[in-house]
Ligand binder design. Structure first.
Ligand code: FES
Ligand SMILES: [Fe+2]
Length: 351
């Protein structure tokens, strides 16, 4: 893939680090990551916090092993009630849950039938790939009406996860979910996976990686890591590198980041929009087996404690469209510009 360098952060000279004010960094407690009831939420305003629609892209909708053959699961992502199922041939399929006939939820009592799903209410059957109704079992009319269909979302299974393509206008995928070889390499550990929900949106979460100053103030790093990052984008792909290659992050759209510290861990970081205001995060770590049986858990728990410091900030902040930034913070704007390609005009959204 041709990588065009588009300069993000200007690699400024590191300013003199001010002493961290008393009371900082934010407290770290991995339990608040996994248990929303323990979080501090003071925000009382309701309604939209972010000016973005749900982004276009590939997003995880389930771990592969959570969807058994013939199983139908109700899921809620992309602001939609959905039915996720595994067909007779083993393919994972995702369709809008509401039946075109009289609106029953296909995931509540619906049954897998071959490559389709049969509605529990009157037995209409929908093909999982196209969403078209293929059978109305009780009419002698020879033709199935063309409007008898549900929206079907393209799916792939990769890295032990089921991914669905969401596009507000119903557009085709314009990038692919990469294979992360460490997830199927016997020299690497089984994944350590944790998932949690955060009241934020994909772009805001990813912006955090380009906000260098917060690493010191929120996470307590000894200095602000200004001067180490390489920032490269190629359409939906983004690559950042810090610490002279000891920390490499590749982003594939707004739904997937793959982070590597060579020799130490590979971290699959995924963010699925639940609606415009909430995301479902799934994080998986694998480590070389030579590092021992607990290495993936140890590194994963460190990341979970780290994000517990971000969560209270994210869940209570607002999005500032025209932020006041210092000259060292232009990477935030570069990230925002890159993210624009994943949004459709909401006026063009299909149902
Ligand atoms: S509502 Fe689904 S078949 Fe009637
Ligand atoms: Fe952070």
């Amino acid at each position: 893939m041709a990588i065009t360098e588009s300069r993000g952060p200007a690699a400024p000279a590191p300013p003199v680090s001010a002493p961290v004010p008393p009371g900082l960094p934010m407290p770290a407690d991995k339990e608040i990551t996994l248990d929303p009831a323990r979080r501090t939420v003071v925000r009382r305003t309701r309604g939209r916090r972010f000016p973005f629609p749900i982004p276009n892209g590939w997003f995880i909708v389930s771990p592969s092993d959570a969807l058994r053959p013939g199983e139908v699961l109700p899921v809620y992502y992309f602001g939609r009630e959905l039915a996720l199922f595994r067909t007779g041939s083993g393919a994972a399929r995702l369709v809008d849950a509401y039946c075109a006939h009289l609106g029953a939820n296909l995931a509540v009592g619906g049954r897998v039938d071959g490559e389709g799903i049969r509605c529990p209410f009157h037995g209409w059957c929908y093909d999982g790939g196209s969403g078209r109704c293929t059978d109305i079992p009780y009419t002698d009319s020879p033709k199935v009406p063309s409007r008898a269909r549900v929206r079907a979302f393209p799916t792939v299974e990769r890295n032990r996860m089921v991914w669905a393509w969401h596009h507000l206008e119903g557009g085709e995928p314009f990038y692919e979910v990469p294979e992360v070889p460490e997830f199927s390499d016997p020299e690497w550990s089984e994944p350590y996976t944790r998932d949690f929900v955060i009241a934020t949106c994909c772009q805001e979460m990813a912006e955090n990686n380009h906000d260098f100053a917060h690493f010191q103030y929120v996470h307590g790093t000894p200095d602000i890591p200004w001067d180490t990052e390489q920032f490269v984008t190629d359409q939906p792909y983004k690559r950042t590198e810090a610490g002279g290659g000891t920390f490499v992050r590749e982003s594939f759209g707004l739904g997937l980041g793959v982070l590597r510290t060579p020799g130490a861990f590979t971290f699959l970081s995924s963010t699925t929009p639940i609606d415009e205001e909430h995301v479902h995060v799934r994080w998986s770590w694998v480590t070389p087996r030579s590092l021992g049986p607990d290495a993936a858990r140890d590194i994963g728990d460190r990341f979970l404690a780290g994000v517990s410091q971000d969560i209270p900030i994210w869940e209570n902040k607002r999005f500032v469209e025209r932020p006041v930034l210092t000259k060292e913070e232009t990477g935030i704007l570069a990230h925002r510009k890159w993210a624009q390609q994943f949004y459709s005009d909401p006026a063009k959204a299909i149902d």
